[in-house]
Design a protein around this ligand. Structure first.
Ligand SMILES: *Cc1c(COP(=O)(O)O)cnc(C)c1O
Length: 418
């Protein structure tokens, strides 16, 4: 008896990748980005790739605006109003109305402001809920506010938040990530927000891993506060300013815990008394990071002419196809990202040598990242990745695992930033 011929699965997957790329070509913005040759970049969820427009915006802000306009650029190039202007552009991506989003500080600082302001809106209540598995800065900053205000931080997984809220009257705020940074699980913003409201509490959402790739629907979901990153899928560059959303109905009662001159009604009156500005401007603190905001504003033009619903469809197709490739190729690492549509734009896998697997992938030109303790995290920034990239990445991962490349010494020593 002869062996049955082994069917090579790759040609069929290649055909499928090509046809999916044709189906999704309306959302292909690869040409707007400057990625190095030979790299498949699966880390746009950690540091989004550089776009041509971001590079031009950064260069223009430095060379022409700063270099030539000097201090007049605050007016001539509308630097002063950039936090609200760029906030409005992001509002359009996360389903928030104009005038409800401002950019400027880091996510950590923005969350501090949101949690603190929420507590002021619910005096007498004592408990703040957050996810023990959140990105640590979210837990730290929330705990810090609780300590400062004499509140209790209760660590409750998002899955249990609705039950915790039901029938309760002690909760100030439910503060959760929309997408889990490690597993990629997408939580139900509308359901948790509704449960918070029924219990008289508020809801704050961290959109770091959903802004720009998931239809967030802040207004439809009734969210009270939200924060998110500028340097992940939005591709605003390293250290790009974050954004803060305050629902319009809370703006009049929003107390900024960091009173600065940028949040003042008349900053140039130079008055020692603090009168908060109207609207989202009161959430500002000090002089905004102009160069970072300019770069982010350039980056956001990648979304011009696109609807997030279509970007989301492309994202689900990319991650779904990648998992299908792993299945067909027989890469049998546990996939921790939900196979249902309750996922963000990443695929996370478990491997006992996850760090070395990621290093071996990087050596092959496939850049992903490692997250403690055993997660290989691969982000699919939809605007500049194709289904052909997804297939190529799966083939490389298959080779790393079956060839046990992760056992090589050179892939085992840890750098500062993992
Ligand atoms: C990336 C990320 C942050 C980063 O916060 P910084 O203040 O920008 O350092 C915070 N929270 C979550 C959930 C993140 O994914």
């Amino acid at each position: 008896m002869s062996e049955p011929a082994r069917v090579d699965p790759v040609p069929a997957l290649s055909d499928k990748a090509r046809s999916l790329d044709i189906e999704h070509r309306a959302t292909d913005r690869r040409d707007a980005f400057v990625l190095p040759e030979g790299v498949i970049y699966l880390d746009g969820n950690s540091l989004g790739a550089l776009s041509v427009a971001a590079r031009e915006a950064a260069s223009d802000a430095v060379t022409r605006q700063w270099g030539e306009q000097l201090i007049t650029a605050w007016n001539e190039s509308a630097w002063w109003t950039a936090p609200e202007r760029v906030g409005d552009r992001i509002a359009g991506l996360v389903g928030a109305p104009a005038g409800s989003v401002v950019v400027g500080d880091s996510t950590t600082v923005s969350l501090y402001k949101a949690v603190h302001a929420a507590a002021r809106l619910r005096p007498g209540r004592t408990v703040v809920l957050t996810d023990p598995d959140s990105f640590p800065t979210d837990v730290h900053v929330t705990r810090g506010v609780c300590d400062q205000l004499g509140l209790t931080l209760e660590l409750v997984a998002p899955d249990d938040a609705v039950i915790r809220l039901e029938g309760s009257d002690d909760v100030v705020l439910a503060s959760y990530s929309h997408v889990d940074y490690r597993t990629g699980a997408l939580w139900d913003l509308a359901a948790i927000t509704a449960a918070a409201h029924t219990a008289g509490a508020l809801a704050c959402w961290d959109l770091c891993h959903s802004a720009g790739v998931v239809e967030v629907g802040l207004a439809d979901g009734g969210a009270d506060f939200a924060v998110g990153c500028g340097y992940k899928y939005l591709s605003g560059g390293p250290g790009a300013p974050a954004f803060l959303f305050v629902a319009p109905e809370h703006l009049a009662g929003f107390t900024n815990p960091i009173l600065g001159w940028n949040g003042h009604a008349t900053p140039f009156a130079m008055s020692p008394d603090h009168v908060p500005a109207e609207g989202i401007t009161r959430a500002r603190v000090g002089t905004p990071p102009v160069l970072g905001i300019a770069t982010l504003e350039g980056a956001l033009t990648a979304y011009d002419g696109l609807e997030v619903v279509d970007v989301r469809r492309r994202s689900l197709s990319l991650t779904g196809f990648f998992v299908e490739c792993l299945d067909v190729l027989g890469v049998d690492l546990p996939v921790v990202t939900p196979r249902s549509e309750a996922r963000g734009s990443q695929v996370s896998l478990r491997h006992p040598d996850a760090y070395a697997v990621v290093q071996a992938l990087i050596a092959r030109g496939v850049i992903g990242d490692f997250r403690e303790s055993d997660i290989v995290r691969l982000g699919f920034a939809p605007l500049y990745l194709s289904h052909e990239d997804a297939l190529a990445a799966a083939i490389h991962l298959h080779a790393v695992v079956t060839g046990r490349e992760f056992e090589r010494d050179e892939f085992r020593s840890r750098a500062t930033v993992t």
